[in-house]
Design a protein around this ligand. Structure first.
Ligand code: ACO
Length: 326
């Protein structure tokens, strides 16, 4: 119920923004169905990539109304040459040649990312058929990070009947440094506020609460906490906390008396990708939470990843989130 409310609010806000989202994987029927919903509900304009005749035939066979969709054929578009040149200039010091640049740009994920980089789309949602690594590489190589951001990361909105939590990072950075952990916390706090409208209460998770255990793995988290406090004293943040100290009021009161965050954290920052990825899946599969994401953060523009098991609704919801974050 809470998920429906939250997503309906996000979709309603998206409608007013008049943005364009590229869904590159036109060979996936779920993508075309999602494009139809986005267009018909006027959540955003949609671009897709591929052979126009084939896409329109597929849409007709599926009885979809895709009127208004913009299609780029990466094999025949006049943009292909231009994007290849731009990509070659950006990546030539990394071993890319003019020939390999063209081959890379003709991949739908890279062509889509270049449309976003060049301002022809406001965001991209991909990954219904591609791996997370492939989606993120196209985003990192074509769009990159703005000044002042040290890392691209992600979060999931974990929606329980009574409360929404943001879990980070559960999908991108395998072993963040303490500086990167602090940046992940800052980005997630800001995006939690943007998407839920709630004040973020941020915690750095560990197997230790306020020095109860001594270990280099704990030191990384306490260092991240200190960096976060010095960079953004305005954010309500505390740690290092064990999970129960962070979210259970009675435990928080006992283990971290006087903390503004203990017992009521809603932004949970995991120490690495093992913990984060396992943690969100436990909350989803055993805890019954709806997991919305991964919402990729830290790029100049939103380029989001989907799970290959995603539904049509997941693609629509992720596109609406991309609109709000653009
Ligand atoms: N933030 C900022 N920059 C980054 C990041 C990051 N997180 N990761 C890589 N980069 C940089 C690289 O340093 C490189 O810079 P350069 O070109 O100037 O040298 C550039 O981005 C391109 O990097 P690549 O070498 O092409 O990519 P890399 O091999 O480093 O892979 C990736 C990056 C794909 C994000 C990798 O870290 C990864 O696979 N992460 C885990 C993804 C995953 O499998 N998640 C779990 C499943 S998801 C789920 O369960 C929902």
């Amino acid at each position: 119920m809470l998920q429906n409310n939250l997503m309906n609010k996000i979709k309603a806000k998206a409608k007013g923004k008049k943005r364009t989202i590229v869904l590159p994987e036109s060979h996936d029927e779920r993508v075309l169905k999602a494009a139809g919903i986005l267009l018909n509900e006027k959540i955003c304009s949609v671009i897709t990539i591929g052979n126009e005749q084939k896409i329109l035939e597929d849409a007709e066979r599926m009885n979809l109304n895709l009127s208004g969709i913009k299609i780029y054929d990466q094999d025949n578009s006049e943009k292909t040459e231009k994007f290849s040149k731009i990509f070659y200039e950006m990546r030539k010091t990394k071993g890319v040649t003019p020939e390999s640049a063209r081959e890379i740009i003709q991949r739908d994920l890279f062509f889509g990312a270049m449309l976003v980089k060049e301002g022809l789309a406001d965001g991209s949602v991909a990954g219904s058929t591609a791996s997370t690594g492939d989606v993120l590489r196209a985003a990192l190589q074509c769009v990159g990070m703005p000044e002042g951001i040290s890392v691209v990361s992600s979060f999931f909105m974990m929606i329980f009947p009574e409360k929404v939590y943001s879990f980070a990072d559960c999908a991108v950075v395998p072993d963040p440094t303490s500086i990167q952990l602090a940046d992940i916390a800052i980005s997630t706090a800001e995006n939690h506020r943007k998407l839920t409208g709630e004040e973020p209460f941020v915690t750095m998770l560990s197997f230790s609460t306020k020095g109860s255990a001594k270990h280099p793995l704990v030191d990384k988290v306490t260092e991240a906490m200190a960096i976060l406090n010095s960079k953004r004293p305005d954010i309500n943040a505390d740690g290092e906390f064990q999970f129960d100290t962070a979210i259970v009021e009675s435990v928080g009161l006992r283990k971290a008396p006087g903390s503004k965050v203990a017992g009521k954290a809603n932004v949970l920052v995991f120490p690495d990708l093992n913990a984060g990825n396992i943690g969100y899946k436990i909350a989803q599969r055993l805890g019954g939470a709806e997991a919305v994401g991964p919402v990729v953060q830290g790029l100049k523009k939103p380029l989001f990843d989907l799970s290959r098991g995603c539904s049509v609704d997941d693609i629509v919801n992720t596109s609406a989130i991309a609109v709000l974050m653009s």
